[in-house]
Design a protein. Sequence first.
Length: 398
Amino acid sequence: MPPEAQASPAFDPVRATNAYLATVPADKKARSDAYFEGGYWLQLWGFLYSAIVLWLLLMLGVSAWMRDRAERITRRRPSQTALYWIQLILLLTIVTFPLSVYSGYYREHQYGLATQSFGPWLWDQLKALGVALVFGSLVTMALYGVLRRVGRSWWLWATMVVVAFTIVGAVIAPVFVAPLFNTYTRLTDPKVRDPILSMARANGITADDVYVVDQSRQTTRISANVSGLLGTERISLNDNLLHRCSLEEIEAVLGHEMGHYVLNHAFKLVLENAIVVAIGFALVAYWFERLRARHAEWRVASVGDLAGLPLIFLLFAAYQFVATPINNTIVRVNEYEADIFGLNAARQPDGFANAALKLGDYRKLDPSPIEELIFFDHPSGRTRIFSAMRWKAENIKK
């Protein structure tokens, strides 16, 4: 702990925050900044690359060809939709694979954030592809079942479909999807487990165990999670957090995660995202018909035509790209609320500050206010450390 951060009558949150940030070596800070700022460009190039690919699928008639192929194989509409989806996702996966290798494998190793060799990484990608093919087929079948039956209000019904499957996915993912990628084992060390469970009980969380996730075989990042409902609550932390952090830091991180659970952030995000999705689909509906009418060569008959799915993807991706500051702010506000909850629950301000510094391995610690507003979906390291030091200052007085 820096001397300026030690409790005293002259304690100053701003000085304490600056002192914590000053403990980060300049080369480490520069590396973290470069990684995070590079993510801004990846977001831009990823969007542009995907947009070009989707546009070419329409212009070259590839999307219409895949639709025709699905219709030749089967007469059943749901099966046609699933077959089209499988063709589309496999094609997009192949075309975007080089970018995925760079961003998800090479770059992560370049900055020392990944631990997997290429073979296991590729196997995880294939498993994720399998999940996308199966779950995505169900979503697309439901979506096009709606699009073919309703009129101009399709965007509203489509929003309901997406929200419904978002909820279903949130429920089944921890139980059926997460174990495909990692192993969960009970935490047996009472020195770590018991304080976590005590904090959980004090905040109305009825979990009986704490689980450790073996994410160190994939990444060096620290993380934790509190999930479940109606008696299925589960508290988990990854082995990086367990082995790299002190008990105070672990309690601070778990207090934050409990904040998400107790404050019902999962449900809030569903409602907030429903509004964002509804606006997006309304804009897609407006531009879809105008672009479709101008491009007869696409051979897209209506919004209910499977061949138009790349156009829906393209328009919605453009909307999401422009709405990045809004989406980030929605998440960041919830994260800030969880930070404050965690400080009050764990009462470990210095543990929280040190955990924020560890997150600084891959998140820019001290951005400008406008940069944080636009690009950050979590409070910056400076914001989080200052929140902790402000909490500490107020509690020193008591």
